[in-house]
Write a protein that binds this ligand. Sequence first.
Ligand SMILES: [Zn+2]
Length: 399
Amino acid sequence: MTELDLILDGATLPDGTRAAIGIVAGRIATIDRSLPGARERLDLNGALVLPGLIDGHVHLDKTLIGDRWWPHQREPSGVFSVRERVAIEADILKRAAPLAQRAGALVELAVAHGSTHLRSHVDIDPETGLKSLHGVAGVRERYRGAVSIQIVAFPQRGLVSCPGTRELMDEALKQGAEVVGGLDPAGFDNDVEGQLDVVFGLAERHAARIDIHLHDPAEQGLAELAEIAGRTKALGLQGRVNVSHAYALGMVPRSAAQRVAGELADAGVSILTNAPGNHPYPSVTLLREAGVTVITGNDNIRDAWWPYGDADMLERAMLVGYGAGFLTDDTLETALDLATHSAARVLGIDDYGVRVGAAADLVVVEAHNVAEAVVARPQRRYVFKAGKLVARDGAFLRH
Ligand SMILES: [Zn+2]
């Protein structure tokens, strides 16, 4: 056997067993009761080892972390409006610190909190062009040794209702975006067929995954979810399409939500929720019982949309569990699953988990088990990306 690069002794695995984890060339080579010789050993003294956390939905280009404090501004009309919010954001981002500084600070915070994979939406519109894409792609390159970043081309200002965006989305997918985004086909573009034609067309042309922001309410949103499920199935894209938020599923009678959840499960369409505090959202339990893959993410983190958040996926899992009324150990494990194994399937990460053959993307925390890790959100003692230590005691390590 080749010599191990690193052994993590005295690890408590997610299933509760005690073991030593042997790492070679960035991968978990062996897991056993005890392991001989290695270039380096680290005694974890029974600390819990989790797979690297996955933030399934962030906006690296929007964050104001790493800049001065920007107070949250109200819409001029006094009620929430996406269009007014976009205008407020554009004004702030013109005056904010450069994207590389803000997005870099957020990435470092995410890694310090144990995230080893992020899916970031990036605004694509005629005003910003591909500037945000290039900025986030540069940050991805800078931090590639610490975290994997998947980029979604996101039409924040509409797709078919915003001339030039379709062509820019196409170009973004040639220049480094891996996922086609969408935004409220009815509520924003007022053209469900038109927007979905473009989104699914781009996904086919670029063999890309799909991730659509859907805030459209109640019956309108349900009809769009059914339409997305139908197209996904017809095109054989099962497992490659995600809908973020899908508020509609939390705004209709249970029987209606169950019916559409069944269609989503059948089509292999997953749902992301960030478990917002101020808006109805889908029941995680209902969706999982119907067979839908559910994942979570932080979404907006201290930006023009939302002043909260510090990129901590254990905290997000706790908020999911809190909102869903999860109290038992097995349901608290479900909450973490949304930020680990389920998210890995949705992002298409095959070499994932605390298992032999997987990438050594690992987080070590002081907790007896997964349930305690979710409720206590202990400081991340160690974070490894491909076997390399990238954060220690809650702090990002610059190499
Ligand atoms: Zn979002």
